[in-house]
Design a protein around this ligand. Sequence first.
Ligand code: APR
Ligand code: PHB
Length: 397
Amino acid sequence: MRTQVAIIGAGPSGLLLGQLLHKAGIDAVIVERQSGEYVLGRIRAGILEQVTADLLDEAGVGARMHREGLVHEGIELLVHGTRHRVDLHKYSGGSTVVVYGQTELTRDLMDARAGAGLTTFYEAEQVQVGGFDGNAPFVTFRGKDGREQRIDCDFIAGCDGYHGVCRASVPKDRIREYEKVYPFGWLGLLSDTPPVSEELIYANSARGFALCSMRSHTRSRYYLQVPLTDNVKDWSDDAFWDELRLRLDDKARESLVTGPSLEKSIAPLRSFVVEPLRFGRLFLAGDAGHIVPPTGAKGLNLAATDVKYLSAALIEYFKERSEAGIDHYSERCLRRVWRAERFSWWFTSLMHQFPDDGPIGTKFQLAELDYLLNSEAGLRSIAENYVGLPLDFAEGR
Ligand code: APR
Ligand code: PHB
């Protein structure tokens, strides 16, 4: 078969790209290695920047997010037992974030795709991409029915995440990787219990970082910093709740409602970027090109803005026969990516315990937090970065 854009991966990046292209009348097919249910079963972050929420509207899939998403105007930082609120709205000049789970967003995009009758090959095996250096890129795979398939296309969009085939198909001498692996992971727990607080609480405690997040007024998501050597099987729900309590303050301890976990998993923390993000007629977008530690809630938002830049570039190419957008894609994304990478690394460094840094490392953190949380400039710096940069940030600034 033939299409204009072959999209590899049906995560948020691939699905959003498919939707934006569809809206513009550009033909795209998605090839995904897993089943749709599997993709929806992965529990990921859930904070949308204003720019991401606007993109969902632009893609025509924002209705449920507006109905069910929770608009947050602030976050709380709990520093060794003392709470500080960061007024995001005030210090970012009027921006907010929306709490809306990646699972819900993915479901909305999948429903829209199915409703429009667009082609997605789920459970594709042995996916391979080729020909992107010339004018005839193609994708081959074995379909769910066992048949060998080939898709010829004008462009390939590598939206296949960190473990995908697209980045791996680029010759090593044409791609540069930057990576930092952190000496701990996040143990996450999802439960049908009301959130402990109205806003998210990011806690720096002597026992390690903790995060109190939520998906709705009745569903909570909590995280604990844990050693990389920990195994999720060794963490009972009770052990999780006990440890969380120890990392919170009295107010949170009193209002914490516990319950059975719906999901529990450990994720490593990583900063990772490849340069460039374009190789001839192959583009990398989202986790395929970069990973951030989750502390700044930037992963999903960066994926969305990559996809915005990519869809605009492809639309420009097909409608105006201009290559300006695709030529600037990599540079445009990377500037934004590095800004988010820096914030995510910095916020991670500020809020976690680093065993190798010893007691002086903790003192440095506390002094920096003392400065930041008592200074207009510090609060503005946190707020501006947390709510995210405007889409046109890279244009001539
Ligand atoms: N062939 C086809 N599909 C593949 C292949 C392959 N070889 N390898 C991976 N995939 C699929 C995965 O199964 C997954 O569904 O690509 C999809 C990539 O989705 P994500 O990992 O969710 O990445 P992305 O869409 O860029 O979304 C980024 O998701 O991972 C979070 O924190 C991240 O929130 C951010 C967002
Ligand atoms: C989440 O709700 O899963 C979440 C929220 C904020 C983060 C990371 C994860 O920074």
